[in-house]
Design a protein around this ligand. Structure first.
Ligand SMILES: [Zn+2]
Length: 347
């Protein structure tokens, strides 16, 4: 069974003119209802994360500061990240939605889950929010699995088009959390180079895979087959978390990757198959970015179909033609880098 976390309260944070706005979730939810998938999943009610839980990842000072900003009616954390008066409570409910789904999976109430939450989380650093993110939803859920459910180790796979600098920082020196990010190079927030491999006990547990603009479904599938899945096999996680961003979609206005719904289906299917074989199917996908409404709708459908073990969706056409030379350049880049990564990681 597949769980779904969603709450109308997630629509109340933010500014309608900001790219990370409530329409993103409205589009995903309307499409799930139209396709019948909404009723095929077990609805898990979110709860607010407690202060003690948020402190697993974030500092006391930052939590207090965000609470104060919201009490005063809102304000900017940085140029792109604006809190409204609702943000503090909604961010607690977004994190808590991921915690509730983790609890449901660990209690065997559902096998896997999709958390349609906002605000997103993977850029949220321990000591400050940034990049549209306030609390790090996936990092907190991973902590719950380790601390409260006594799991020894978990993996986080982050396919949002941006590097999840917040998640990386939270676990950089930790040996019990493997973080694998696959993202577009030379893009916000500027971190995520292959040299950032982790420190101390975390050495080798932080893996950054950069792809050039123009990467398509088959490039991501190959990177999963050659790197992501073998890395998971080597680490042997007891649960897998996904920072699921649909800003890798070809139609996304903020980045230049070229995925379609088929890519999201294939990546989720590979992770679900691995989880089924290795960790009792325990897989949690939490929404991060994605700023084209059609991509939000079709990407969400693809992930749900894969989590539910259903057939793939009707393939989408790319919204433009990709010149063959771009595809060849990505092929060459990918093959060189897969080779380098595999040598370095001993795969
Ligand atoms: Zn993103």
């Amino acid at each position: 069974m597949t769980g779904l976390v969603y709450d109308d309260a997630y629509l109340t944070h933010g500014d309608p003119h900001h790219p990370e706005n409530a329409e993103r979730l409205r589009a995903a939810v309307a499409h799930l209802k139209a396709t019948g998938l909404w009723d095929a999943m077990v609805h898990i009610p979110p709860r607010p994360a407690t202060l003690d839980e948020v402190l697993w990842v974030h500092t006391d000072d930052y939590i207090e500061e965000l609470q104060l900003i919201c009490k005063r009616g809102g304000g900017h954390l940085d140029m792109d990240t604006c809190a409204t008066k609702e943000t503090y409570e909604v961010a607690l409910l977004a994190a808590g939605g991921c915690l509730a789904a983790t609890e449901a999976i660990l209690a065997d109430e559902v096998t896997n889950a999709l958390c349609l939450v906002r605000p997103p989380g993977h850029h949220a650093l321990p000591s400050r929010g940034m990049g549209f993110c306030f609390f790090n939803n996936v990092a907190l859920a991973a902590e719950l699995a380790i601390r409260r459910a006594h799991r020894d180790q978990v993996s986080i796979v982050d396919w949002d088009v941006h590097h999840g600098n917040g998640t990386q920082e939270a676990f950089f020196d930790r040996g019990d959390v493997q973080y694998i990010s696959i993202h577009q190079g030379a893009l916000y927030p500027g971190t995520g180079s292959v040299d950032e491999v982790g420190l101390d006990a975390g050495a080798g547990k932080n893996v950054n895979i950069m792809l050039p603009p123009g990467a398509q479904d088959r490039h991501y599938v190959e990177a999963f087959q050659q790197l992501v899945i073998p890395l998971l096999q080597a680490f042997e996680p007891e649960m897998i978390f996904v920072s699921c961003g649909f800003d890798t979609h070809a139609a996304d206005p903020l980045a230049r990757m070229c995925l379609t719904n088929s890519g999201y289906y294939e990546m989720t299917r590979m992770l679900a198959d691995f989880a089924e074989a290795q960790c009792q199917g325990r897989l949690l996908n939490a929404l991060e970015g994605g700023y084209d409404l059609g991509a939000m709708a079709h990407g969400t459908e693809a992930v749900c179909r894969a989590l539910l073990g259903m057939e793939p969706p009707e393939p989408e056409d790319l919204p433009f033609t990709i010149h063959e030379s771009v595809t060849h350049q990505v092929d060459d880049w990918l093959h060189q880098n897969i080779g380098l990564h595999r040598d370095r990681l001993g795969l």
